[in-house]
Design a protein around this ligand. Structure first.
Ligand code: T5A
Length: 208
Protein backbone atom coordinates (compact mmCIF):
# COMPACT_ATOMS: atom_id res chain seq x y z
CA UNK A 1 0.00 0.00 0.00
CA UNK A 2 1.36 3.46 -0.88
CA UNK A 3 1.60 6.11 1.81
CA UNK A 4 -0.89 8.97 1.65
CA UNK A 5 -0.08 12.63 1.22
CA UNK A 6 -0.99 15.55 3.42
CA UNK A 7 -1.98 18.82 1.72
CA UNK A 8 -3.12 21.92 3.63
CA UNK A 9 -4.85 24.98 2.25
CA UNK A 10 -4.07 28.26 3.96
CA UNK A 11 -4.91 31.93 3.61
CA UNK A 12 -6.98 34.67 5.14
CA UNK A 13 -10.73 34.77 5.74
CA UNK A 14 -12.80 34.08 2.65
CA UNK A 15 -9.79 33.47 0.39
CA UNK A 16 -11.61 30.48 -1.14
CA UNK A 17 -9.88 27.68 0.77
CA UNK A 18 -13.03 25.60 1.36
CA UNK A 19 -14.15 26.01 -2.25
CA UNK A 20 -10.73 24.94 -3.54
CA UNK A 21 -10.41 22.11 -1.03
CA UNK A 22 -13.66 20.57 -2.32
CA UNK A 23 -12.61 20.92 -5.96
CA UNK A 24 -9.23 19.36 -5.17
CA UNK A 25 -10.85 16.41 -3.40
CA UNK A 26 -13.16 15.79 -6.37
CA UNK A 27 -10.22 15.90 -8.79
CA UNK A 28 -8.14 13.47 -6.73
CA UNK A 29 -11.06 11.09 -6.22
CA UNK A 30 -11.66 11.13 -9.98
CA UNK A 31 -8.12 9.75 -10.29
CA UNK A 32 -9.07 6.83 -8.07
CA UNK A 33 -7.29 8.08 -4.95
CA UNK A 34 -8.66 7.60 -1.44
CA UNK A 35 -9.13 11.14 -0.07
CA UNK A 36 -10.20 12.59 3.29
CA UNK A 37 -11.37 16.21 3.44
CA UNK A 38 -11.02 17.78 6.86
CA UNK A 39 -10.66 21.19 8.48
CA UNK A 40 -9.20 23.11 11.39
CA UNK A 41 -10.12 23.89 13.97
CA UNK A 42 -12.11 20.66 13.87
CA UNK A 43 -12.10 17.34 12.08
CA UNK A 44 -12.74 15.10 15.10
CA UNK A 45 -15.53 15.15 17.70
CA UNK A 46 -13.25 16.68 20.33
CA UNK A 47 -11.68 19.21 17.99
CA UNK A 48 -15.11 20.28 16.68
CA UNK A 49 -16.15 20.90 20.31
CA UNK A 50 -13.06 23.08 20.78
CA UNK A 51 -13.94 24.89 17.51
CA UNK A 52 -17.26 25.84 19.03
CA UNK A 53 -15.51 27.15 22.17
CA UNK A 54 -13.07 29.16 20.07
CA UNK A 55 -15.33 30.66 17.43
CA UNK A 56 -18.93 30.84 18.52
CA UNK A 57 -19.56 30.02 22.20
CA UNK A 58 -21.07 32.81 24.29
CA UNK A 59 -18.76 34.32 26.90
CA UNK A 60 -15.91 36.72 27.41
CA UNK A 61 -13.60 35.08 24.86
CA UNK A 62 -10.04 33.88 25.35
CA UNK A 63 -6.75 35.55 26.05
CA UNK A 64 -4.05 35.14 23.40
CA UNK A 65 -2.30 32.28 25.23
CA UNK A 66 -5.44 30.32 26.03
CA UNK A 67 -6.56 30.73 22.42
CA UNK A 68 -3.25 29.35 21.12
CA UNK A 69 -3.42 26.41 23.54
CA UNK A 70 -6.97 25.57 22.47
CA UNK A 71 -6.00 25.56 18.79
CA UNK A 72 -3.00 23.35 19.62
CA UNK A 73 -5.18 20.96 21.66
CA UNK A 74 -7.74 20.68 18.86
CA UNK A 75 -4.93 20.03 16.37
CA UNK A 76 -3.35 17.38 18.61
CA UNK A 77 -6.59 15.36 18.67
CA UNK A 78 -7.08 15.87 14.92
CA UNK A 79 -3.54 14.71 14.12
CA UNK A 80 -3.63 11.66 16.40
CA UNK A 81 -7.12 10.39 15.60
CA UNK A 82 -7.60 11.36 11.98
CA UNK A 83 -4.64 12.73 10.04
CA UNK A 84 -1.86 10.29 10.95
CA UNK A 85 -4.02 7.14 10.72
CA UNK A 86 -5.38 8.26 7.33
CA UNK A 87 -1.94 8.94 5.86
CA UNK A 88 -0.68 5.58 7.14
CA UNK A 89 -3.41 3.73 5.25
CA UNK A 90 -2.61 5.47 1.96
CA UNK A 91 -5.29 8.18 2.12
CA UNK A 92 -4.61 11.69 0.85
CA UNK A 93 -5.60 14.17 3.56
CA UNK A 94 -6.78 17.58 2.35
CA UNK A 95 -6.98 19.95 5.30
CA UNK A 96 -8.67 23.37 5.29
CA UNK A 97 -6.15 25.25 7.50
CA UNK A 98 -3.43 23.69 9.69
CA UNK A 99 -0.58 24.88 11.92
CA UNK A 100 0.42 27.77 9.65
CA UNK A 101 -2.92 29.37 10.60
CA UNK A 102 -1.85 29.29 14.25
CA UNK A 103 1.52 30.72 13.25
CA UNK A 104 -0.14 33.54 11.25
CA UNK A 105 -3.08 34.36 13.55
CA UNK A 106 -1.92 33.63 17.10
CA UNK A 107 1.83 33.90 16.47
CA UNK A 108 1.97 36.78 13.96
CA UNK A 109 -1.19 38.89 14.37
CA UNK A 110 -1.81 37.85 17.99
CA UNK A 111 1.75 38.66 19.01
CA UNK A 112 2.80 35.36 20.61
CA UNK A 113 5.63 34.85 18.13
CA UNK A 114 6.55 31.92 15.93
CA UNK A 115 8.80 30.08 18.37
CA UNK A 116 6.05 29.60 20.98
CA UNK A 117 3.55 28.37 18.39
CA UNK A 118 6.10 25.92 17.03
CA UNK A 119 6.78 24.69 20.56
CA UNK A 120 3.08 24.07 21.13
CA UNK A 121 2.93 22.21 17.82
CA UNK A 122 5.93 20.08 18.74
CA UNK A 123 4.36 19.14 22.06
CA UNK A 124 0.81 18.67 20.75
CA UNK A 125 1.35 17.14 17.33
CA UNK A 126 5.00 16.04 17.25
CA UNK A 127 5.65 18.87 14.82
CA UNK A 128 3.79 17.22 11.94
CA UNK A 129 3.85 19.40 8.81
CA UNK A 130 1.94 19.03 5.53
CA UNK A 131 3.83 17.68 2.51
CA UNK A 132 2.45 20.65 0.59
CA UNK A 133 0.81 23.88 1.75
CA UNK A 134 -1.26 25.82 -0.79
CA UNK A 135 -1.40 29.49 0.20
CA UNK A 136 -4.39 31.10 -1.52
CA UNK A 137 -3.89 34.82 -1.85
CA UNK A 138 -6.60 37.37 -2.68
CA UNK A 139 -6.47 41.17 -2.26
CA UNK A 140 -8.30 42.30 0.88
CA UNK A 141 -10.84 44.44 -1.00
CA UNK A 142 -11.96 41.46 -3.15
CA UNK A 143 -12.34 39.27 -0.09
CA UNK A 144 -14.39 41.97 1.64
CA UNK A 145 -16.88 41.91 -1.26
CA UNK A 146 -17.14 38.10 -1.18
CA UNK A 147 -17.72 38.01 2.56
CA UNK A 148 -20.21 40.88 2.49
CA UNK A 149 -22.21 38.90 -0.10
CA UNK A 150 -22.06 35.70 1.97
CA UNK A 151 -22.20 36.83 5.60
CA UNK A 152 -24.07 40.16 5.53
CA UNK A 153 -21.76 41.58 8.22
CA UNK A 154 -21.92 38.59 10.60
CA UNK A 155 -18.55 36.95 11.31
CA UNK A 156 -17.09 34.66 13.96
CA UNK A 157 -14.98 35.79 16.89
CA UNK A 158 -11.66 35.69 15.04
CA UNK A 159 -12.92 36.60 11.57
CA UNK A 160 -14.49 39.72 13.09
CA UNK A 161 -11.17 41.18 14.25
CA UNK A 162 -10.10 44.47 12.64
CA UNK A 163 -8.39 45.04 9.29
CA UNK A 164 -5.01 45.65 10.94
CA UNK A 165 -5.13 42.19 12.54
CA UNK A 166 -6.00 40.53 9.21
CA UNK A 167 -3.27 42.50 7.41
CA UNK A 168 -0.76 41.04 9.88
CA UNK A 169 -2.16 37.56 9.22
CA UNK A 170 -1.65 38.04 5.46
CA UNK A 171 1.88 39.39 5.94
CA UNK A 172 2.76 36.41 8.15
CA UNK A 173 1.51 33.87 5.61
CA UNK A 174 3.47 35.65 2.90
CA UNK A 175 6.63 35.52 4.98
CA UNK A 176 6.20 31.79 5.67
CA UNK A 177 5.88 31.12 1.93
CA UNK A 178 9.06 33.08 1.25
CA UNK A 179 10.92 31.25 4.01
CA UNK A 180 9.81 27.73 3.03
CA UNK A 181 9.41 27.63 -0.76
CA UNK A 182 9.87 23.83 -0.82
CA UNK A 183 6.68 23.31 1.25
CA UNK A 184 4.57 26.31 0.23
CA UNK A 185 3.03 27.10 -3.14
CA UNK A 186 1.42 30.50 -3.61
CA UNK A 187 -1.86 30.34 -5.51
CA UNK A 188 -3.35 33.44 -7.13
CA UNK A 189 -6.87 33.29 -5.64
CA UNK A 190 -8.44 35.83 -8.01
CA UNK A 191 -10.82 34.92 -10.83
CA UNK A 192 -13.49 32.26 -11.02
CA UNK A 193 -13.17 29.12 -8.85
CA UNK A 194 -12.47 26.86 -11.87
CA UNK A 195 -9.52 29.03 -12.97
CA UNK A 196 -8.06 28.90 -9.46
CA UNK A 197 -8.60 25.15 -9.38
CA UNK A 198 -6.51 24.81 -12.56
CA UNK A 199 -3.68 26.67 -10.80
CA UNK A 200 -4.01 24.36 -7.80
CA UNK A 201 -3.87 21.25 -9.99
CA UNK A 202 -0.75 22.49 -11.80
CA UNK A 203 1.01 22.65 -8.44
CA UNK A 204 -0.39 19.33 -7.19
CA UNK A 205 0.60 17.58 -10.43
CA UNK A 206 4.18 18.81 -10.11
CA UNK A 207 4.26 17.63 -6.50
CA UNK A 208 2.53 14.23 -6.93
N1 T5A B 1 -7.90 30.15 13.06
C1 T5A B 1 -7.89 28.88 12.57
C2 T5A B 1 -6.90 30.61 13.88
O1 T5A B 1 -6.95 31.75 14.36
N2 T5A B 1 -5.86 29.76 14.20
C3 T5A B 1 -5.81 28.48 13.74
O2 T5A B 1 -4.87 27.74 14.05
C4 T5A B 1 -6.87 28.02 12.88
C5 T5A B 1 -6.84 26.62 12.35
C6 T5A B 1 -11.66 29.51 11.27
C7 T5A B 1 -11.20 30.72 12.03
O3 T5A B 1 -10.23 30.32 12.97
C8 T5A B 1 -9.04 31.02 12.76
C9 T5A B 1 -9.09 31.49 11.33
C10 T5A B 1 -10.56 31.75 11.12
O4 T5A B 1 -10.85 33.05 11.59
P1 T5A B 1 -13.40 29.29 9.40
O5 T5A B 1 -14.88 29.46 9.37
O6 T5A B 1 -12.87 27.95 9.11
O7 T5A B 1 -12.91 29.77 10.80
O8 T5A B 1 -12.78 30.47 8.55
P2 T5A B 1 -12.19 30.49 7.12
O9 T5A B 1 -11.20 29.41 6.99
O10 T5A B 1 -11.72 31.85 6.86
O11 T5A B 1 -13.44 30.10 6.26
P3 T5A B 1 -14.18 30.90 5.18
O12 T5A B 1 -15.30 30.02 4.72
O13 T5A B 1 -14.56 32.27 5.65
O14 T5A B 1 -13.13 31.13 4.02
P4 T5A B 1 -12.60 30.21 2.86
O15 T5A B 1 -12.79 28.78 3.16
O16 T5A B 1 -11.26 30.68 2.52
O17 T5A B 1 -13.54 30.64 1.65
P5 T5A B 1 -14.77 29.91 0.94
O18 T5A B 1 -14.29 28.94 -0.04
O19 T5A B 1 -15.72 29.45 1.98
O20 T5A B 1 -15.35 31.16 0.16
C11 T5A B 1 -15.82 32.31 0.84
C12 T5A B 1 -16.98 32.93 0.02
O21 T5A B 1 -16.46 33.38 -1.22
C13 T5A B 1 -17.07 32.66 -2.31
C14 T5A B 1 -17.70 31.42 -1.70
O22 T5A B 1 -18.81 30.96 -2.43
C15 T5A B 1 -18.09 31.91 -0.32
O23 T5A B 1 -19.31 32.60 -0.36
N3 T5A B 1 -16.00 32.35 -3.24
C16 T5A B 1 -15.76 33.07 -4.34
N4 T5A B 1 -16.38 34.16 -4.85
C17 T5A B 1 -15.86 34.67 -5.99
N5 T5A B 1 -14.78 34.14 -6.67
C18 T5A B 1 -14.15 33.05 -6.18
N6 T5A B 1 -13.11 32.52 -6.84
C19 T5A B 1 -14.64 32.47 -4.96
N7 T5A B 1 -14.24 31.41 -4.22
C20 T5A B 1 -15.08 31.35 -3.16
Amino acid sequence: MSIGRFIALEGGEGAGKSTQAKLLVEALEARGLQVELTREPGGTVGAEAIRELLLTAEGEGWGARAEALLFAAARSDHVERLIKPAIKTGTWVICDRFVDSSRAYQGGAGGLGDADIRDLHRIGSEGLLPDLTLLIEVPAEQVAKRLAARDAGVSDRIGGRDAAYHAKVAASFSRFADEEPQRFARIDGTGIPEAIHQRVMQVVDRFA
